[in-house]
Design a protein around this ligand. Sequence first.
Ligand code: AMP
Length: 287
Amino acid sequence: MLRIALPNKGRLAEKALDLFETAGLKAEFSSSRALMAQLGPDFEAIFVRAADIPEFVADGAADLGVTGADLVAEGGRDVDELLDLGFGRCRLAVAVPEDSPVRHPADIAPGSRVATSFPGVTRSFFDHMDVDISIAPVSGATEIAPHLGVADVIVDLVSTGSTLRVNRLREVATIMESTARVVANRDSMADAAKAPALRELVAALESVLRARSKRYLMANVPRKRLAEVREVLPGINGPTIVEVHDAGEWVAAHAVVDANRVYQTISHLKALGAEGILVTRIERLMP
Ligand code: AMP
């Protein structure tokens, strides 16, 4: 049985579970407050804090895990990063009070206090910039620290920037961009008994992500316009053309199209005389 560490709560938890479920691995809990669940026949999930996942994976307590790239960087442990899941997008940013004269991290006065729950990444960022700071470690609500006189600067995760604005803080640099990642234990990936199942799992997750940005489109089109239809529906290897049982004037064209181009594709097809247009979601897509 291979063990997968998933976030037990917070921003990544629900999306991670949903992704596994769509990939055919629905978590089966034995009780409503269980910290473990069965994930299909080959895997068991353990539910832990996202911040602890790099540690558990590096130690081999879990073979594979889902957590933020920011937490992987902060954990500083050697894990095998296998897949960018695209959700949980944010950036680790340096911010100062709105009225501060600081415009760039190099302007930060030597000896300034920086409040953060990312002391490791923050320390190496300022060391690289050759700015001498001290760190005020906090475990949350970092943006309040400057108002309490605890810090001059903060380093915190930002997605829209609205929390910073509400707290009258201004971003002066991005230390790193982050999204949720699949990370694996290096020994597990080198183990011939474990690696194939872990790779299959990653391929399944990847097929779900790929499918989310695509739609399957079907339309009846006049046979005489097929050449033009091919240009509108590139598909993966060109559209699939199926006979329609009428007098032969119509064929059905099927193709996988980019979700964000469905509107344009439909209007192009209509302009070519298409009828009975259907668009459906795709569950998984393996190229
Ligand atoms: P949480 O468990 O909710 O504290 O957050 C876990 C992870 O969610 C973070 O380490 C980031 O990878 C990600 N995340 C995405 N957007 C944000 C955000 N605006 N603030 C905090 N975390 C975020």
